[in-house]
Every structure is written in C-alpha cells, then in structure tokens.
Design a protein around this ligand. Structure first.
Ligand SMILES: *[C@@H]1O[C@H](CO)[C@@H](O)[C@H](O)[C@H]1NC(C)=O
Ligand SMILES: *[C@@H]1O[C@H](CO)[C@@H](O)[C@H](O)[C@H]1NC(C)=O
Ligand SMILES: CC(=O)N[C@H]1CO[C@H](CO)[C@@H](O)[C@@H]1O
Length: 321
C-alpha cells in the first residue's frame, strides 16, 4: 500500500521549505516586489513612449551602405509623407482628418495610425484639418478643404476621410480605394455594437478616389453640426450614378475613443429633408463652391497641419429654432 502524496514526509518537507522562502521574500522586499508584475498595469494613455512611433519612422531612410553619402537637404523632402523603404508602394493614400480643438484625440490617433499604415506598406500622408474659430463643427466642409489642399501636394490614388476618434482594429482593413465605387470603411464601430447605426451611414472612415470625389462635386458645405451630412452624401453618390460599397464587418472594425474632450457647439441644425433637397443643390454646393481662409499650413514629420477659417454657421430665423 503506498502513501498518498500529502502524507509523504519528503513532500511535506519540500512544502515547508517553499513556504519559508516565500515568507522570507515577503519580509525582505515587501509584497510589492513579489507582485510587481501584477501591479504595474500598462497606462492606457501613455504618450511618453513615442519611441515606438519614431523608431518605425526611422525606416524613412535606407540603410547607410555607402561611405560617401551626401548631406541631407536642408529642408527634408519626406516631411509629412511616408514610403516603404524596401519596396515600391502600390498605393498612394492621403488620410484627411477634420477636427476642432481635439489635440488629445489626434495624439491617440497618430500613435496607432502610423504603424498601422506602415505595416500596410502604403505611400501615405496625413492631413489634419483644424477648424479655427468658435463656429459649429462642419465636418463635410473641412473635408472639401482637406481634399483640395492634399491634391496640391501629390497625385493621390485614394482619399481616406477619417474621423479623429476612430482607431482601426484590424491590420487587414486596407486603406486603399475601391476602383469603381466610393467605399465606406468604418462598417463596424464598437459604439454601435459593431454594426451600422443606420443604412445610409457614410461617416467615420470612408475612401474615395479623387475621381469619385469630383464626380459627386465633393461633400456639401452647408451642414453645420455633427453627422447631418451622411444622407446628403449618400444621395450625391446615387445621383452621380454610383453606389456605396462597404468594407466587410469583420475587417471594418473600429474603437471609438471617448477622451471627454468635445469640440463644442455640437447642436444639430434643422434643415430640409436631404433626399429631396440634394437633387436640387448638389451641383452648386460642394467642391466647386467651397470658400475658406487658409490660416496656416505646416508640414511636420508625422502630419501636415492645416488650419482654416471656414466661416460661421448661418443664424436661423427664430421660427425655425
Ligand atoms: C471665441 O470664444 C471665446 C470665449 O467664448 C472668446 O474669448 C473669443 O473672442 C471668441 N473668438 C472669436 C473669433 O469669436
Ligand atoms: C496646428 O496649427 C495650429 C495653428 O498654428 C496650432 O494651434 C495647432 O496646435 C497645431 N496642431 C498640431 C497638431 O500641430
Ligand atoms: C508601435 C509599433 O508598431 N512599433 C513597431 C515598430 O517596429 C518594430 C519592428 O520593426 C515592432 O516590433 C514594433 O512593434
């Protein structure tokens, strides 16, 4: 008959020694040394570790293999743009991010977007379009400005219209355009239980070629307040003889970041039903009528910062409020 393990004297001795060692550790260093691994949870919004981003951006330059390398140009030609260093990129995408006083969101977005885009081996540039002044946010008009300014730089294949608070979750969600139709990319946002909030939803992140964008005369300039413009854009796409294609929901997944930092003045302005209205307005309200004052435009390593005055929302007659 064999002894069970607990009654085995050797095992009991081993247990006692193990306990003694454990108590000694607690006594000498305190619990914090033992549990350090558990206590030091990563800080969710720690931007001090920018070396991740910069390390990967050091891939901007090719490996130094020659002794007699020339000096770099006084003004870096690659500011604001990235190309994969070891192959010729197949796509050139401009990422256009409209925002109003959302610096915290921007830092968060850039932190994730740069490595994401580099892993996709894109040639890309990021344009931050900052709405100056106190007026209500006008996303669609800022996008018109962004497209116009981005196209001055380069012949982009694809325009990625990107909200500042959305972080892509899937690397296979490629930031390139569909050849034939405007593509809605943010098809599954966590805030909407990873599905569409309504059928015509075209917000969040979408991708149009410059040809698509000009074919619909860009976006309407007249929607002040948040996300009223989606139905108008959907109608434009239809009126221009195209349709919306969507990124499959398992790829178009996004986290919506809520940093309790709002751009302010988000009141919704009432307006005529877009589906009836757009047919009359789309040829006159869009890229061909966008007016703005460029306040500053500066290329940084990680983005091009464009600040614009796009004017004020019209004040509605009192009975309309
Ligand atoms: C914007 O609002 C702030 C505070 O409400 C005010 O001090 C500032 O003058 C305003 N700026 C403009 C351009 O109206
Ligand atoms: C962009 O430029 C504006 C105006 O010069 C400045 O206030 C803002 O802080 C800049 N933003 C970024 C992210 O560089
Ligand atoms: C933030 C980020 O994606 N950093 C990556 C930079 O590249 C190295 C390897 O090249 C990765 O290990 C990092 O994760």
């Amino acid at each position: 008959m064999s002894l069970s393990r607990v009654e085995n004297p050797c095992f009991l001795l081993f247990l006692a020694v193990f306990q003694a060692i454990f108590i000694l550790i607690l006594y000498r260093g305190g619990a914090s040394t033992v549990f350090r691994g558990f206590l030091d949870a990563p800080q969710p919004w720690d931007y001090s570790k920018t070396q991740d981003v910069y390390t990967n951006l050091s891939l901007f330059t090719r490996a130094p293999d020659e002794e007699n390398m020339p000096y770099c140009t006084a003004q870096s030609p690659i500011f604001g743009h990235y190309s994969p260093p070891h192959c010729l990129a197949r796509y050139k995408s401009a990422i256009i991010v409209p925002h109003k006083n959302q610096e915290k969101h921007l830092l968060h977005l850039l932190y994730y977007l740069h490595p994401f885009l580099q892993r996709q081996q894109l040639h890309y540039g990021i344009y931050l379009i900052h709405q100056a002044g106190n007026s209500t946010f006008n996303r669609a008009k800022l996008l018109n400005v962004g497209v116009r300014e981005a196209m001055k730089d380069e012949d982009w294949d694809c325009l990625l219209l990107h909200d500042v608070d959305l972080i892509p979750e899937n690397d296979y969600n490629l930031y390139v355009c569909d050849d034939y139709y405007p593509k809605h990319i943010a098809s599954a946002i966590d805030k909407f239980q990873y599905s569409l909030p309504y059928w015509s939803f075209f917000g969040g992140v979408s991708a149009l070629t410059p040809e698509h964008y000009m074919k619909i005369n860009g976006f309407p300039n007249t929607y002040w307040g948040s996300h009223g413009e989606d139905e108008d854009i959907a109608a434009r796409i239809q009126l221009a003889g195209m349709k919306i294609v969507r990124t499959p929901v398992h790829l178009g997944r996004y986290k919506m970041v809520d940093l309790k930092q709002h751009s302010g003045g988000e009141e919704h302005l009432r307006r005529p039903a877009p589906l009836l209205n757009t047919r009359k307005t789309w040829k006159d309200d869009g890229m061909n009528s966008v007016e703005f004052k460029l306040l500053s435009r500066k290329k940084h390593l990680l983005y091009t910062n464009i600040t614009v005055d796009i004017g004020n929302a019209p004040t509605l007659p009192p009975e309309d409020k």
